[in-house]
Design a protein around this ligand. Structure first.
Ligand code: NI
Length: 167
């Protein structure tokens, strides 16, 4: 049941920057297919259960990953026509609470999460290597390169899937 999502496998050729978008796109597809295949029929009650009152349920974690996909969508597209981008950070808890992910079915969230990620993978398939150097400032953070943001997107995704698996 347990899968180790080896992000290193997708970024082990970091010195070859031009390979990053394609590798991360493949990593996203493999990770999403693997997870969706194993968690397709997760019990609704289990998916809604909060481990502690202030902790997210599995539905809320998946909702947080939908929010991550939608925020990174903005970054991945803007990076392809701007030299520097400045975007607001997203207040993660507020996003999850406002969207009431707990009231949705697991299936509905899984379908949206899966297709949003396939969409992002398609964008990365066609991202020119020079975009990786675009500077991206998120909220009041230090400027990052889009290359870093792209790699970090998959790492964050895998981190939360592991969290769901281990609940
Ligand atoms: Ni997170």
């Amino acid at each position: 049941m347990k899968t180790k999502y080896p992000i290193e496998r997708y970024v082990d050729t970091l010195e070859d920057q031009s390979a990053i978008p394609g590798k991360i796109a493949d990593g996203i597809r493999k990770t999403v297919e693997d997870f969706a295949g194993r968690f397709d029929n997760l019990d609704e009650a289990k998916a809604s259960q909060k481990p502690q009152p202030e902790k997210w349920s599995r539905k809320e974690i998946l909702g947080h990953l939908i929010d991550s996909a939608s925020n990174n969508h903005q970054r991945f597209v803007r990076a392809q026509y701007l030299r520097t981008i400045n975007l607001p950070s997203y207040e993660q808890k507020e996003w999850v609470n406002i969207q009431q992910y707990s009231l949705r079915t697991w299936k509905e969230l899984l379908v949206l999460w899966k297709s949003y990620n396939f969409h992002l993978a398609r964008i990365l398939d066609h991202m020119p290597a020079e975009c990786l150097q675009v500077s991206c400032t998120i909220g009041s953070g230090e400027p990052l390169t889009i290359g870093y943001v792209v790699v970090d997107y998959l790492g964050h995704l895998q981190h939360h899937l592991r969290q769901i698996e281990q609940m």
